[in-house]
Design a protein around this ligand. Sequence first.
Ligand code: PHE
Length: 344
Amino acid sequence: MKEQLQALEKEALQKVEEAISLKELQDVRVAYLGKKGPITEVLRGMGKLSKEERPVIGELANKVRGQIADAIDSKKADIEAEELEKQLAEETIDVTLPGRPVPTGGPHLLTSIVEEIEDLFIGMGFEVREGPEVETDYYNFEALNLPKGHPARDMQDSFYITEDILLRTHTSPVQARTMNMIQGERPVKMICPGKVYRRDTDDATHSHQFTQIEGLYVDKNVRMSDLKGVLDRFAKQMFGEERQIRLRPSFFPFTEPSVEMDISCKMCNGEGCSVCKKTGWIEILGAGLVHARVLEMAGYDPKVYSGFAFGMGPERIAMLKYGVDDIRHFYTNDIRFLKQYHQA
Ligand code: PHE
């Protein structure tokens, strides 16, 4: 019987050792220590033993039982620890893994270019001002030396709302409004970005709605050379330090003298190519010294104050800078077009 118990112990411990799950371990417990198990069986047969043998075998059986139970308990603790370890390993978060990308939008190319131009002029001491898109005839035309019936009004075919109210055809009325507000009491140095409207047939280079940025600097002793210096800085910063500028005589009712500014063609460096139509120069903006009548109407004494003004179209600037070949790309908002200009 002793050998039988010892063999059982060996066998049970072996099974405990081999168990790899709590379920298997429980099976071993039931098989060896359960009511129908072999040890209980041995103990049940003790009645047949002699008086001397009985306590010896009894003690041995209890010892074997205890040992198997201990082995099961310790194995159970091992398996539980192992399972916890495994679970922790599975649930570990690797903080070094790259995150899932979140799709983001970005500024429209036109917004970016307007902001770039604004920053550039803010850097030269200009403040940014805005005004209404639905404007009075007075600020859009008359205050800018374009009285009713003036032939130059034809340069800017307009959308009228009433006889006297229209969608502004340029951002110059913001300058007239600002000067009018200051009434000649101090200098003004401002730019005004915004949407403007003209009765035009849309094509690759025309749009009935587009953007303008105009600048105005009125102070004592403002001269043509100041205008040239500011525009030269603008052209070089926007299109590269190697760009040259050229001023050509022109006409605007609100400036005298008036000029148009060209920059040397970036594509051919002035040699002449299809982009600059073989001239080596590309027209960028209109400008001039503020007409004495415009200053006067806004309350400035033209004998004391003088000023310059300029106006440009950010669409045109962006088209030249980024090689966009159709102005309509800015408004049709094809995401494939817009995406090309997003800085990540
Ligand atoms: N307002 C003019 C236009 O829209 C541009 C301009 C502004 C020209 C200022 C000269 C001076 O055509």
